[in-house]
Each structure stands twice: as C-alpha cells, then as structure tokens.
Design a protein. Structure first.
Length: 332
C-alpha cells in the first residue's frame, strides 16, 4: 500500500480539555497559509470537536468509487469497507446500526471484487483543508453518547485514516484523543508519525499527564516539534495587561526536562464557531500559530519521513467467519 501523504503530525495532550482540537485547527490554517496542502483527521471518536471549531456542516460523508491509482491511497481491495458499523448509544440500549453516509451512497456495490476500483470516504473541505471526523458518520443531531469497546474504536480510527480519499497532502494532522489507549497504539503500529505537537495548559495537573503522553511518543522515536502551552494568558482589552489566569506556568520546566527546544504559549481564545474569525483577527494568536507551523516545517526539514509515512499495509480487522471481505456491516 502506498499513499500520497508526505508528513503526519500528531497533536496530543494526555489530559483532556487542554485544547488539542483548537491547536489542530490553528496549525492547519497556519500551514495552509504557507501554501501547504493540509488534511485533518479527528480521531477523538467519543468527543469529536474539529467540525464545530471549523464550522463544517453536520451532513453525512459519502462513499465514492475511485480507481485504485487515483485515490489518495493505493488500497489493498481486501481491506474491509464498512458503510455501517454496529455500536451501542444512549438513545437505544440495544445494538444499533449507525450509517456512515446517506442512502445515496449505499447504491455502491461494496462486495464488488473488481480489482481496479475501491470505495473511499469523501472528506469535507473547509478553508481549503480536507477534514474527516466521526461526527460526519454519527450525526450530531443524535446527541446521545456512543460507547465503543476497544476493537470497534480500533476499526473506526483505522478506517477514518486509511479509508479517506485524502488525495495528495503535504501534511495530515491527527487530532488525537486524550490518554495513551487503543487509537494511538494502533496508529503507531501502522504509520510513521513524522512529529508530535504536545499540548498542555499551565497548571501542574495537566503537565503531569503531559509527561506520560510525550514519553509514549519518545519511546516510539517520534520527534517532538514543540510544546504548546494553551490558555497560558489573557490580555485585558481594557488595560492591555497580560494576566496568567491559571497561575504560574509549570510547562516551561517540563519542556526543559523533556529536552523540547520550542515552548510556545497561546492566549485564551474564543472556542467553537467563532474560532476562525478570531484566528484571523487576533494578531497575537496569528503569530503564535505561525510559530507552531514554522517549527513543524523546520522539524520536517530535519527528518527523513517525507513520503514514507506508511509502515506497512494496515492490519485487516477480524470479522465473523461468515462475513464477506467487503460486507456492508461488521458485527463484533
């Protein structure tokens, strides 16, 4: 398998709520401003936020048939394509099929053995950035939670990454969930992460968890591009003074102990659909996200992962013995 993604950037912070999706969105916009082709894969399956931050619509993504050589990835046709997955959500205590796309897309013959074509998810595009998220699969109109066990999370994450038609990208940014669980371990086995952008907030509790996450990536020989201290300060629009609302920073000492050369502090910003508007008008934030993009680009110039981000053909997920290789539904 070969795909046309030059660099894969992981945005991760072991603590939840530190602003990984905000940093992902800002980094993507800054890289796009450099003229790079950029994609975002939101892999926080239980709490996808990138679509809300970038202001994309909540319609389902579509499967599309492409020739193997035309897709972003030249696929092994025996990899499972699942336009439906089974899960349990809070609206229904029984197993429930969640559609990955609208009815129009189900006209495709997913059991076709035609070797010249395959079915890929068509990502949304906003501000010239290709975006894929689980929120495009399980509609945001269904506000209940979705509870998945490890094997299902593993499969969904792999398909969002490997079954999306990314085309040719300079950078694919992975908006990772908190912790050090299944999704991160699976991706480490299948792809070469080009660099990590580690995210924390100033207080010690967040930094304590940050150390664990960074250690995981360091153990897998992933270069650490920079440490981003999000919500580091607030500049009052009345007195123009800088206020550290979370107290003194513990992130700077963490950067030194982890031998991370670049430590970038971001101001407290508007989250949600107003983010892009503030991003373009807040000169301080614009400069800081530009700094993150610059250090990512310079880190890539020093590494040799260009064009070699796929370690091997992703592992085929196990299905029931009676299931066809490309069946419309997977039952775990």
């Amino acid at each position: 398998m070969h795909w046309n993604v030059s660099h894969i950037i992981a945005v991760h912070g072991c603590k939840g709520g530190v602003g990984k999706s905000t940093v992902t969105a800002g980094l993507a916009l800054a890289l796009k401003g450099h003229g790079c082709s950029v994609g975002i894969c939101d892999l926080d399956i239980h709490g996808p936020n990138i679509a809300y931050i970038l202001g994309t619509d909540n319609s389902y993504v579509r499967w599309k048939q492409v020739k193997l050589e035309e897709g972003g990835i030249k696929y092994d046709t025996h990899l499972t394509t699942t336009p439906k997955v089974r899960c349990v959500d809070s609206n229904d205590n029984n197993d429930k099929s969640i559609s990955c796309c609208n009815d129009v897309c189900h006209d495709f013959d997913f059991t076709s053995e035609e070797p010249a074509t395959t079915c890929l998810l068509e990502p949304k595009e906003v501000y010239g950035i290709k975006v894929m998220s689980f929120s495009f699969i399980k509609s945001e109109r269904e506000l209940g939670y979705a509870a998945f066990r490890g094997p299902m999370i593993d499969q969904i994450a792999s398909e969002l990454v490997f079954k999306t038609d990314w085309g040719q990208l300079d950078y694919l940014i992975l908006d990772l969930p908190p912790g050090t669980g299944d999704i991160i371990i699976t991706l480490m086995e299948d792809i070469t992460v080009s660099a990590l952008v580690a995210v924390t907030t100033p207080h010690q509790l967040s930094v304590n968890d940050l150390l664990k996450g960074v250690k995981l990536f360091q153990d897998h020989d992933v270069p650490i591009a920079c440490l981003v201290e999000n919500m580091s300060y607030f500049i009052c629009n009345g007195c123009d003074k800088l206020h550290c609302l979370f107290g003194p920073s513990h992130a700077e000492s963490a950067a030194k102990s982890l031998a991370i050369d670049t430590h970038i502090c971001l101001p407290i910003m508007t989250c949600g659909t107003d983010f892009v508007k503030e991003f373009s008008s807040n000169k301080d934030a614009l400069q800081k996200f530009g700094d993150i993009a610059n250090v990512v680009i310079s880190t890539m110039a020093r590494t040799k992962t260009h064009g070699n981000t796929m370690k091997s053909t992703p592992r085929q997920h196990k299905t029931k013995k009676n299931s066809a290789p490309c069946s419309n539904e997977i039952n775990w």
